[in-house]
Design a protein around this ligand. Structure first.
Ligand SMILES: Cc1cc2nc3c(=O)[nH]c(=O)nc-3n(C[C@H](O)[C@H](O)[C@H](O)COP(=O)(O)O)c2cc1C
Length: 435
């Protein structure tokens, strides 16, 4: 099983994390904090850290909340690379709003610096808030993915443009490199082009690993051709299994082994010694949003709720009338929690309105969730998004990882040193000749 750590703004995935006791309120600008968090994940033998990026945060709630992203993903990973030894370093880079030569150079340099641990999450961007930062509008899906295909191929060509054995650096003979093995790529497509070559020799894993995140048929086609891992989002086993199968089928269409593409959905965690302590932690963290969220919970369950009675469980009459909303895939789970007899406040503290499935409880509940999805063919691993990074990563490492190891699901130590080895991805240098 693969495990990645989501590293966004450095505080944690929940609003309010920056204000919690023990959290340095200035972590947002602290590269030391980010290094420490990556080291915590490396202690737990996570295969990678994953940094999302817009960069487009609309700062609507900046009055009370930190932006969701890192100051700069590549600078952050450079800092982390120098202070870690094994963990993979994956950052998001938009194929729509970057020139391929810039991306090729930055990711390859990171790959060399980290001795073969870099991964590029190649996404097309879909937010107008991102486009606005470049003075642009979001192009059509056809144009975004058309450009993405060209950008990935061009970047992989640039990565392979420095021959594997080209770098001689022989001080006796004075031969620095084999000139005839460092060749331009001379590619010009409809959207992008580059002469090349890139002037960076191979890394310990040859070149960076391609990740993708997206859910449309165009996303399947892109990932099916080039990606070794997909950062996913799914609320149910059925949805995750369908997504995983769609990516695997796409890989097969392009002559690849479906096992070459790993599907990794998200999991948010609040790990504490028991369910009650975990719920209380969530209430302290996000409770001030509950009156407003209760309004949305009504829509998910299709029944009116009294916002001034958050401490009451739903009555039998309410439970009988409740119907999960067909418009929100989280609704059935919300109803299941409601039927367990929790108060409205505690239902919300279970994270029933969050971006991914949420574990609020002891470590074994997270391990059970991961085992169930893994064995159902719904996931090759998970990217973990702790509520508060300063102690939530350690809680996962100490309370969940040992259970997964005892069950034979997760490795006890790194078997290799590169991200390619951690993922079991095949060797590749330059573009994949099969595609
Ligand atoms: C789990 C997940 C993570 C994503 N991370 C990012 C990100 O970090 N930055 C970004 O601009 N878009 C991100 N996206 C959005 C995708 O790039 C894509 O634009 C979006 O899913 C729309 O899909 P489509 O373009 O295939 O229609 C993410 C999507 C998913 C599902």
């Amino acid at each position: 099983m693969l495990i990645g750590l989501h590293l966004g703004n450095g505080y944690g995935s929940q609003p309010g994390a920056w204000r919690m006791p023990g959290v340095d309120p200035m972590s947002y600008t602290s590269f030391d904090a980010r290094v420490k968090q990556a080291q915590a994940a490396e202690r737990g033998k996570f295969q990678f850290i994953f940094l999302p990026d817009g960069p487009g945060a609309v700062l609507a709630d900046i009055g009370t909340e930190a932006p969701a992203f890192n100051l700069d993903v590549m600078m952050t990973l450079a800092a982390v690379a120098r202070e870690t030894r094994y963990i993979g370093l994956v950052a998001t880079g938009s194929t729509t709003f970057n020139e391929p030569f810039n991306l090729a150079r930055q990711f390859k340099a990171l790959d060399v610096m980290s001795h073969g641990r870099a991964g590029w999450n190649a996404i097309t961007s879909s937010g107008e808030d991102v486009a606005a930062n470049y003075g642009r509008k979001i192009p059509s899906s056809e144009d975004r993915y058309g450009r993405a295909h060209e950008v990935v191929q061009l970047i992989q060509s640039l990565w392979g443009s420095w021959g594997k054995e080209a770098w001689i650096h022989n001080q006796q003979t004075g031969e620095f490199a084999k000139r005839d093995q460092i060749l331009p790529v001379n590619l010009q497509g409809k959207f992008v082009g580059s002469r090349g070559p890139l002037y960076i020799p191979p890394s310990a894993q040859g070149q960076p690993i391609i990740f993708h995140a997206g859910g449309s048929p165009n996303a399947h086609e892109l990932a099916g051709r080039y990606a070794n891992a997909v950062i996913g989002a799914a609320f149910t086993i059925e949805d995750a299994r369908n997504q995983r199968n769609a990516f695997r089928a796409a890989a097969k269409r392009y002559g690849r082994d479906p096992d070459e593409i790993k599907y990794i959905p998200g999991l948010m965690t609040t790990i504490a010694k028991d369910r009650r302590s975990a719920l209380d932690r969530r209430i302290q963290l996000t409770g001030n949003s509950f009156p407003q969220r209760a309004g949305y919970l009504q829509q998910m369950l299709g029944i009116p709720l009294n916002p001034s009675a958050l401490d009451q469980p739903l009555s039998q009459q309410q439970l009988n009338a409740a119907r999960p909303s067909p418009y929100d895939p989280r609704s059935s789970h919300a109803l299941k929690i409601a039927k367990e007899g929790w108060s409205v406040r505690d239902i919300l503290a279970h994270g029933v309105i969050d971006y991914h499935p949420v574990i609020v409880g002891p470590g074994i509940e997270a391990a059970d969730h991961m085992l169930e999805w893994f064995e159902a063919g719904a996931a090759d691993g998970f990217w973990i998004s702790p509520d508060i990074n300063s102690d939530g990563i350690d809680a996962f490492v100490d309370e969940v990882v040992p259970i997964l190891q005892e069950r034979g699901l997760f490795h006890y130590d790194y078997a290799g040193k590169t991200l390619r080895e951690h993922l079991g991805a095949p060797d590749q240098y330059g573009i994949d000749p099969r595609i």
